[in-house]
Design a protein around this ligand. Structure first.
Ligand SMILES: CC(C)(COP(=O)(O)OP(=O)(O)OC[C@H]1O[C@@H](n2cnc3c(N)ncnc32)[C@H](O)[C@@H]1OP(=O)(O)O)[C@@H](O)C(=O)NCCC(=O)NCCS
Length: 177
């Protein structure tokens, strides 16, 4: 089955490898461990496909809580599992978790060129608040600032209903490897 759950120490090596595969400037070596062990304001989640004894982590996210707001520090889907609905299901799960913690607004920065992520956020109602020029040091790229108010709603359930379909197709691929 496909499930989303809190990240654990044993997940760190896989999480770091997905981070390296998905971002041009991956997090420093010990950053995920620091967030997991030391930062009480951080929430770390993974998406995992479980098939009998075998389990494969396919998604990661780190969110920082600031009073009643949440900042998406990072979110990624393993490249081999992108574009099949996992990102939106994961984001729906994250929103529901944050709502249960009484969070009322989510904000983030995203690279101007990252149209996949910008489209995903827009699908969830995020709007553009502004931009920060030269924000990304590796290529001097502009960051787009986005945010969305969140509240308890059936909107997120629509995405979470798709769990089984995504799981079935991902599981079939894993078995064929
Ligand atoms: C952004 C990311 C998390 C999306 O995950 P995903 O599982 O591929 O996304 P989904 O299949 O759930 O797609 C959800 C929506 O995102 C948008 N989207 C996803 N991939 C897209 C692409 N290549 N181009 C345009 N829009 C895209 C679409 O709006 C899509 O909805 P639709 O299928 O109804 O059009 C994934 O591409 C990723 O991990 N990228 C690398 C890391 C990253 O950039 N993270 C965000 C940092 S701010």
């Amino acid at each position: 089955m496909l499930l989303f759950r809190q990240m654990e120490l044993e997940d760190l090596e896989t999480v770091k490898s997905i981070d390296k595969l998905t971002f041009p400037n991956p997090w420093p070596e010990n950053a995920f461990q620091y967030e997991l062990e030391k930062n009480t304001n951080a929430r770390l989640w993974v998406g995992e496909i479980q098939d009998g004894e075998k389990s494969t982590i396919v998604a990661l996210a780190v969110i920082w809580i600031i009073l009643d707001e949440a900042h998406i520090g990072t979110i990624a889907i393993h490249p081999e599992f992108q574009k099949r609905g996992l990102g939106q299901q994961f984001l729906a799960y994250i929103c529901k978790q944050l709502i249960s913690e009484k969070i009322t607004k989510i904000f983030l920065e995203v690279r101007q060129s990252n149209s996949a992520a910008i489209h995903l956020y827009q699908k969830f109602g995020f709007t553009i608040d502004g931009e920060r020029k030269h924000y990304y040091r590796d290529n001097n790229e502009t960051a787009i600032l986005m945010s969305v108010p969140i509240k308890k709603s059936e909107f997120y359930d629509q995405f979470l209903l798709d769990y089984q379909f995504t799981y079935d197709s991902a599981r079939k691929e894993l078995q064929e490897r």
